[in-house]
Design a protein around this ligand. Sequence first.
Ligand SMILES: C[S@@+](CC[C@H](N)C(=O)[O-])C[C@H]1O[C@@H](n2cnc3c(N)ncnc32)[C@H](O)[C@@H]1O
Length: 196
Amino acid sequence: MSDFEWDPETYRSLMAEEIPDYPRLQTEVAAAAATGAPTSILDLGIGSGLTAQRVLEALPEAKLLGVDASSEMLAAAEATLDPDRTQLQLGRLEEPLPQGPFDLVMSMLAVHHLDGPGKAGLFARIAGVLDPGGRFVLGDLVVPADPSDVVTPIDWIDDTPSSLDDQLSWLAEAGLTTRVHWQHRDLAVIVAQKEQ
Ligand SMILES: C[S@@+](CC[C@H](N)C(=O)[O-])C[C@H]1O[C@@H](n2cnc3c(N)ncnc32)[C@H](O)[C@@H]1O
């Protein structure tokens, strides 16, 4: 379980230093999320709400529930996001998810903090809270096939990314149909859809 203390004051500079393609990853997550005009969204590991804000801007009819383990990051999200369209909940990805159902579950740069079995278990629980036809959009760090594609420093304590192929397999085992929306070096955006 991660003990890293997230600080919304330093979050943007940390991302700029460690994940130089953070803005592109966010753009790709927002584009994948906006497809199909979902109205009921669950954001897992919402942090300070920077990606949720992009998604809500693209989806003016949508309402979003954000979950995060850091009360400091949630306080920053509360200050950023429209309270009429957003609910925030302190909680961990390892715990039971809000029941939903949701037509979009999204997560950016949070799932890589879980180990392999933790990711597989989370993907199964996500499938359980998606509406038929609903989608899970995952934008995250992956272990690239070529080690020279590693950009972001990984400590293998708080950060435990998995390969793209492993994550696609676990999503398929959860009953979701997957496609890779975007990949560059050690970043990827996966879209995983539940059957109608
Ligand atoms: C890199 S930030 C990403 C924040 C946001 N999704 C974004 O796009 O900027 C990772 C967030 O995941 C949260 N997090 C990490 N592990 C978690 C866990 N096991 N359960 C819930 N939240 C977690 C952290 O508190 C942090 O706010």
